[in-house]
Design a protein around this ligand. Structure first.
Ligand code: HSE
Length: 293
């Protein structure tokens, strides 16, 4: 039998919720998996030429982790992947590969592992639960992973929430974007983020869109990462003047993300502001209107 799963992209952090807030987005990857005599991996989509098609492929390796956990032997697999999620842009492509591989492999052997078990395994693999939690459960998730256990609560996004992303043409690895972060932060910056994240979660739950512009501010990662993305600081400082409810770096970047009220009348001004700011810094980019998934 062949199984097929569809898994959404995600954005992590939403500004202050570093490694702890995530939202699924309506860009998808589809993974098909089948037991076989010989492993064969086929990839479709942009930039897939960088992804290995032998047994070092992430989806293959993650599937084998699921089989090992379930005590099942299934060494050879036919896998095909079609993805519309841009790679290494801060839209959770690796998390969607991990979650999709886990869900497909688990289903292939009759779903012995619970969703919670898949969440524990994927969080441990990524070392932060924000992208994998969003890809696995959908909606907005608030989560932690403490090194041994992950917990989450899913928040249903309000229907009028839209997302505008500006995706720069260059790749930025999460590794590189984590290396610029300090090991230690001042207590006042920690307090800044605890208070802003709490406010943001409450605002997203209650629909208090008026506070999102303040609540999405961050002191833990964006100020350090701004040096990696020309134009980012201007966008974070000014996008709300052009009609965004709030603005943040998407995950580890380089994509920038604005939350927008679906009824907003300044959609094209905001889009133009994001693109022209990046272009003014010599960074070609593409915008996309997305929705929480
Ligand atoms: N929370 C992670 C980060 C997401 O900001 O580094 C990227 O994988």
């Amino acid at each position: 039998a062949k199984v097929r799963v569809k898994v959404p992209a995600s954005t992590a952090n939403l500004g202050p919720g570093f490694d702890s807030l995530g939202m699924a987005l309506n860009l998808y990857a589809w993974i098909e998996m089948k037991a076989s005599d010989r492993t064969e991996i086929q990839l479709y989509g942009d930039h897939m030429e960088q992804v290995p098609t032998d047994k070092s492929n992430l989806i293959y390796k993650v599937a084998q982790m699921v089989f090992a956990e379930a005590g099942v032997e299934c060494p050879e697999l036919e896998i095909s992947v079609y993805s519309e999620i841009p790679l290494t842009r801060g839209l959770g492509s690796s998390a969607s590969a991990i979650v999709g591989a886990m869900a497909a492999a688990n289903r292939l052997i009759g779903s012995p592992l619970s969703d919670d078990k898949l969440f524990q395994m994927s969080s441990a693999l990524e070392k932060h639960p924000d992208n994998v939690g969003a890809s696995l459960f959908g909606g907005i998730i608030t989560a932690y992973w403490d090194g041994s256990r992950a917990e989450y609560i899913r928040i249903e996004p309000r229907p009028n929430l839209e997302v505008l992303v500006a995706i720069p043409e260059f790749h930025l690895s999460t590794d590189k974007a984590r290396k610029v972060l300090p090991e230690q932060v001042p207590l006042k910056d920690a307090v800044f983020n605890v208070s802003h994240t709490s406010l943001l979660v409450a605002a997203l739950c209650s629909g208090r869109y008026d506070v999102i512009r303040h609540a999405m501010k961050d002191a833990l990662h964006q100020p350090y990462r701004a040096s990696l993305i020309p134009g980012m600081k201007t966008i974070l400082d000014k996008a709300t003047d052009y009609g965004a409810l709030g603005v943040a770096l998407s995950g580890a970047g380089p994509t920038l993300l604005a939350l927008v009220d679906a009824e907003s009348e300044s959609r094209s001004e905001l889009e133009h502001f994001l693109l022209s700011t990046l272009q003014g810094e010599g960074v070609p980019a593409q915008t996309m209107w997305l929705k929480p998934a």
